[in-house]
Structures are given as structure tokens and as C-alpha cells.
Design a protein around this ligand. Structure first.
Ligand code: AMP
Length: 225
């Protein structure tokens, strides 16, 4: 099964993506996480991407598109994948669609998590990243996924790992810029979502309200898949 998942930063897209990926045992490809790993490892790609990410800008297409298309050719993608954070604009959507068509790969589902911009912004600043696994959900404002306290420090509620906040999640301007890009229907991420709506009968687009609890959103997604 091949799936794209869309949602504004703060919509729970990463959390839901991890649940879907685990259930269907498919590769979970997160463009943002790939960049962060490269930044952490000090690679050339990381150095190129860092300044864009810190500002909340998109990393240029000539870096991002080949990175993702190459990743999709890796062995673990043969039995299916869930792509999170890509495509992020219309050009990426068109390029991905063409590449899949050329390789005869079917895109089965597009999941769109819908969330009001102001609500998404509130959710972003409280989320925390676990050093052991980015997909362990931790958020200081939500009881269901609140980190736990250990020796006076907040640690991951799943594994006890150390937590950090993404710099671009604590920067007001970077958050606004990322949301400007997401909600842009002309050339941004919403243009990419709309590109897939009605583009091919073979792809089912599932639009889900992201405002209820994590479990309720998961139930909606699972019922639709
Ligand atoms: P995310 O973890 O999805 O919020 O992504 C973090 C940052 O990585 C974004 O704000 C962008 O700077 C960069 N990024 C992630 N995915 C893409 C993409 N598809 N195209 C360009 N830049 C991206």
C-alpha cells in the first residue's frame, strides 16, 4: 500500500503517520526527519538544508525532490510506503506523480488532515521530540501524550528518552512561514493536496478532521483505509 499523508505542522500528521505505517508495516518516509538526521550527523545535505529549515522555508526542490525519489527506490519501499512531508508544493506533487506513473507504481491513498491554522499553531509550540524515536508522541499541553517527569526533567512518555524541542517549533516567524506555505492553494502544499483530488480514480483521497483526540482521528483514518 502506498500512501501520502498531508496536514499542517501541528495537525498530528507525524503521529498518525507512524500509527498507519506500523499497522500496515510499510516504510515511513518523513522528509523533515531525513533532513534533521542529516543536520544532526553534520552531512553535506544537512549543511545545505539547515538554513532553510531554521527559517521555516522549504529546502529547494533540486535538493529535496531527488532525495525523496531516490529514497523511494530503496528496498524497504518495495512492499509499500507512507510519505510524510512530501510533496510540499505543486511542483513536487507533479514531479512525484510523473515519477510514479513512469515506474508503474500506484498511489493508493492520500490522507489529508484538516486543521484550523490558529489551532495548529498552538499545538506546535508544545510538542517535544524524543531522542530515541521521533515518532514517540510527546506534548506538554495534552494530557494523553504528556511527557513524564524523571529526576526533575521531562522525559519521553513512551521510552524515558531525553526530549528536545525543534528550533523551528519555537520560532514564531518560522511557524508562520511554514503555515503560509501549507495553506497556500496556488502553489503551496494545499495546491499539492488539490492536485491529487480528482487527479486519478485509482487514488482515494481521505479528508479527516484533525481537531478531535489522537485516538478519534486514528479511528477515522483506519475506518477509511
Ligand atoms: P517537517 O518535519 O515536515 O515539519 O519539516 C521540517 C522542515 O524541513 C520544513 O520546514 C522544511 O524546511 C524542510 N522540508 C521538509 N519537507 C520538505 C519538502 N518536501 N520540501 C522542502 N522542504 C522540506
Amino acid at each position: 500500500m502506498n500512501i501520502l499523508i498531508f496536514g499542517p505542522n501541528g495537525s498530528g500528521k507525524g503521529t498518525q503517520g507512524a500509527i498507519v505505517q506500523e499497522k500496515y508495516n510499510i516504510a515511513h518516509i518523513e522528509s523533515g526527519a531525513i533532513f534533521r538526521k542529516n543536520i544532526g550527523g553534520g552531512t553535506e545535505l544537512g549543511k545545505q538544508a539547515k538554513e532553510y529549515i531554521d527559517r521555516g522555508d522549504l529546502v529547494p526542490d533540486d535538493i529535496t525532490i531527488p532525495m525523496i525519489l531516490d529514497r523511494l527506490k530503496e528496498d524497504d519501499c518495495k512492499d509499500g510506503w507512507l510519505l510524510d512531508g512530501f510533496p510540499r508544493n505543486k511542483v513536487q506533487a507533479e514531479t512525484l506523480s510523473k515519477a510514479l506513473h513512469n515506474e508503474n507504481i500506484k498511489l493508493d491513498y492520500v490522507i489529508e488532515i484538516i486543521l484550523d491554522r490558529a489551532v495548529a499553531k498552538i499545538r506546535i509550540t508544545g510538542r517535544r521530540l524524543c531522542e530515541n524515536d521521533n515518532n514517540h508522541p510527546n506534548h506538554i499541553a495534552f494530557d494523553a501524550i504528556k511527557p513524564v517527569e524523571k529526576d526533575g526533567e521531562l522525559v519521553c512518555r513512551v521510552c524515558g528518552g531525553a526530549l528536545s524541542a525543534r528550533p523551528d517549533d519555537q520560532d514564531d516567524e518560522a511557524i508562520d512561514k511554514r503555515h503560509d506555505i501549507y495553506y497556500d492553494e496556488n502553489s503551496g502544499t494545499m495546491a499539492a493536496v488539490n492536485f491529487f483530488k480528482g487527479h486519478s480514480d485509482a487514488t482515494k483521497v481521505i479528508s479527516i478532521d484533525g481537531s478531535p483526540s489522537i485516538g478519534a482521528v486514528t479511528d477515522e483514518i483506519m475506518a477509511a483505509l
